[in-house]
Design a protein around this ligand. Structure first.
Ligand SMILES: NC(=O)c1ccc[n+]([C@@H]2O[C@H](COP(=O)([O-])OP(=O)(O)OC[C@H]3O[C@@H](n4cnc5c(N)ncnc54)[C@H](OP(=O)(O)O)[C@@H]3O)[C@@H](O)[C@H]2O)c1
Length: 216
């Protein structure tokens, strides 16, 4: 699948490397497509990888991953054409910084994912990957057992496609349903941030789902 990744920072490169290594063709949407950082990302993205402006890579892809800071996400999306019908994977957390450190800008009555959907109304937005660090996106197999990864979106086909992409890079994908459930997923992402940076757990963990053993 041709996958556009907007942003080639920690998350963009981790996902591009992981999906590129599994046969997908990665196109990084960057501010400076001919710059050194873009060339380095393309080298990590596997066969056929490319870099371009956000609009150029959206035009090349059937699925678009947002790996941008929350502060620019809606503006970037609002400037793009051709998102109608495409799957847009939102892995941002709507974080803002205040005197207490990082916090969610939006609470349980709204979500960043719904704002993303409003900025790209024809896209099939799927929220996921907010409750894990980029190191695990790059290589989930280094953890003890498959980390769980929830996903939410209003289009069942889009959720199925994204679920398969998550499973391919080592997650146990759990479809939670419609996009408004991102109101639960984003605070859960904030819990990961809290545990990693304030509660002393560090970045090297992910959440897992445990079920009862089946009888007989
Ligand atoms: N880091 C994690 O472990 C993690 C985990 C889960 C979710 N997230 C979320 O994922 C998103 C990305 O995180 P990250 O850690 O990858 O951030 P990052 O390393 O800072 O990367 C952000 C990328 O966005 C690019 N960018 C900034 N402004 C832009 C604009 N106006 N137009 C186009 N591109 C622009 C940056 O380009 P330049 O480098 O050229 O500025 C950079 O490539 C955030 O919303 C974050 O909350 C992060």
């Amino acid at each position: 699948m041709d996958i556009a990744i907007l942003g080639n920072g920690n998350v963009g490169e981790a996902l591009g490397g992981a999906w590129g290594a599994r046969g997908h063709t990665i196109h990084f949407g960057v501010l400076d497509p001919s710059g050194e950082a873009a060339r380095a990302s393309v080298a990590k993205g596997g066969a056929g990888a490319s870099a371009g402006t956000a609009q150029e890579v959206v035009d090349r892809a059937e699925l678009v991953v947002i790996a941008l800071p929350w502060g620019v996400t809606r503006e970037v999306l609002g400037g793009l054409e051709g998102l109608d019908g495409k799957i847009v994977v939102d892995c941002t957390l709507p974080l803002v910084r205040d005197e207490g450190g990082m916090r969610l800008e939006l609470g349980h009555g709204d979500s960043g994912a719904e704002r993303v959907q409003a900025a790209a109304p024809g896209a099939r937005v799927v929220k996921t990957l907010g409750q894990v660090g980029f190191e695990t996106m790059a290589d989930a197999a280094r953890l003890d057992g498959a980390p769980v990864m929830f996903l939410a979106g209003d289009d069942a086909g889009a959720r199925e496609t994204v679920g398969a992409l998550l499973e391919a890079i080592g997650f146990e994908a759990v479809d939670v349903g419609e996009l408004r459930l991102s109101r639960l997923l984003e605070p859960y992402g904030m819990l990961w941030v809290h545990l990693a940076f304030r509660a002393g757990l560090g970045r090297d963990f992910a959440f897992g789902l445990r079920r009862a053993r089946s009888e007989g």
